[in-house]
Design a binder for this molecule. Sequence first.
Ligand code: ADP
Ligand code: MG
Length: 263
Amino acid sequence: MAETKVICFANNKGGSGKSTTCSNVGAALALAGYRVLMVDGDMQLNLSLSFLPEEQVLELARSEKNLYHAIREQKDLKDYIVETGLAGLSLIPSSTLMSGIEYELFTKWQREFILKKCLKTVRESGEYDFILMDAPPTLGGWVMNLLCASDHLVIPVEASPWGLFGLANMLEFVNTVQEMAPQLSLLGLVLTKVDERKNYFKQTREYLQEMEDIRVFDSYIRVDSAIEWAQDNSQPVVTYRKSSRSAKEYTALAQEVAEYAGR
Ligand SMILES: Nc1ncnc2c1ncn2[C@@H]1O[C@H](COP(=O)(O)OP(=O)(O)O)[C@@H](O)[C@H]1O
Ligand SMILES: [Mg+2]
């Protein structure tokens, strides 16, 4: 039986396409026949909203069946899994209370590894080929938990001057985490919200490609209004509008992710 691969989508820059990329890569992997578990690690609930209607997401956020309560009580995450409308794709939803998770972690023993411990049974059950986790736009103890529980990291980068600005901090943070969690590998950077008409995109891509030992995925995601329509309908674009440009781009990206993650 092949091992479950845990992949986190993180970047301290907000709006860089983390949640959109995480949800669409997950859905594309499920459509390709992989068994996928999505973990919503952000209080903004965007990953949950990508798969479930708003009323259900809010109800789960208000209930005790979400990631915040599981982490706070250090419970086994197998009891927090919710099915979605998409075959082969399940979700652990988030809560707006996640904003207080740093405080909850603060006094705990081995606080960087709490998520890893809570995820152990699910991971070892072999029920999933992939566990994909969406991170908030911060660099603190909670993101450290997400990365300590991961095999791989994908960093979505917006092709803009400010998109690049925070990347050095992010990469430095990853180096620090790797001292504690040597299994963590940076799978690659993916450019998002690309406008090919702009020279800035080409310059950004070349700049990133010149960075040593860091992969830039061949696939990149162009600006596409179908993404927003899909989100408005509680679906990833790869299921909402399969023929759209971004659906094809995310499907290609998911293939690259699966290949490099060794599945
Ligand atoms: N390729 C794209 N084309 C158009 N809009 C996009 C695209 N990718 C993301 N967006 C929009 O940009 C915003 C930020 O994306 P999101 O995935 O939420 O970023 P993050 O999770 O990093 O904060 C969202 O409103 C989303 O709908
Ligand atoms: Mg997000």
